[in-house]
Design a binder for this molecule. Structure first.
Ligand SMILES: [Zn+2]
Length: 211
């Protein structure tokens, strides 16, 4: 009881020190709002065929702003609302996957950014699905540089052979990334995981663009 009161007091103190802001537009959130404000939340576009498309939301608007601020703008507090959004979106996978894995960053990029956004989303998904999170099995063995600005064919060529995988711990894998563009990265990772013993590899990104 005492621990719970202390935890509540601590959360209250944190809210005073850094009040919760909208992940999209950085406006102060009302007490009834969670993650995104009343102006931004209606602009999030859930994809109706998310499982088939391998992405939960359309990339754009406040979601794109939140992802960019998180990855490139040093706004680490965006991790929580985006993790919550993704966790809710993976619920339909319950019972269909044995473990969750993130698309890894190359160690050099991981050092530069300080965190892997896909690993954070994968952890949120694993908690929701109550299955293990497997980090380190799938590895980037080649740093391919940015994919932005490349066409679909160039992207596929660019990522060829960039992943390697140790033996996969279970037959059905949910592979997670923050943004799915042409699917070239997922396709290459699937190839590495299949070669390492995965029977089924499902993919899911928080946001999907193009196509
Ligand atoms: Zn907002």
């Amino acid at each position: 009881m005492r621990v719970r009161m202390l935890a509540a007091a601590w959360r209250g103190l944190l809210d005073v020190l850094s009040p919760p802001l909208c992940a999209g537009c950085s406006l102060l959130l009302a007490p009834s709002e969670e993650g995104f404000c009343g102006g931004c939340r209606p602009l999030l576009e859930p994809l109706s065929d998310a499982r088939r498309r391998g992405a939960a939301y359309a990339f754009g608007g406040p979601l794109a702003d939140a992802i960019r601020a998180w990855k490139y703008g040093g706004r680490s507090e965006r991790a929580r609302p985006l993790g919550a959004l993704f966790a809710a979106a993976v619920e339909p996978w319950a019972g269909d996957v044995d473990l969750v894995m993130p698309i890894p960053l190359h160690p050099r990029r991981l050092r530069a950014r300080g965190f892997n956004q896909a690993a954070h989303l994968a952890a949120a998904a694993a908690r929701t699905l109550a299955v293990p999170l497997e980090v380190g099995t799938l590895r980037r063995v080649r740093d391919v540089g940015p994919q932005a600005g490349l066409g679909a064919q160039q992207r596929a060529i660019n990522v060829r052979g960039c992943f390697a995988s140790r033996a996969v711990g279970a037959p059905r894998v949910l592979l997670v990334d923050d943004v799915r563009t042409t699917g070239a990265t997922f396709a290459e990772a699937i190839r590495a995981l299949r070669a390492a013993g995965a029977h089924q590899v499902h993919v899911m990104a928080l946001a999907g663009s193009e196509e």
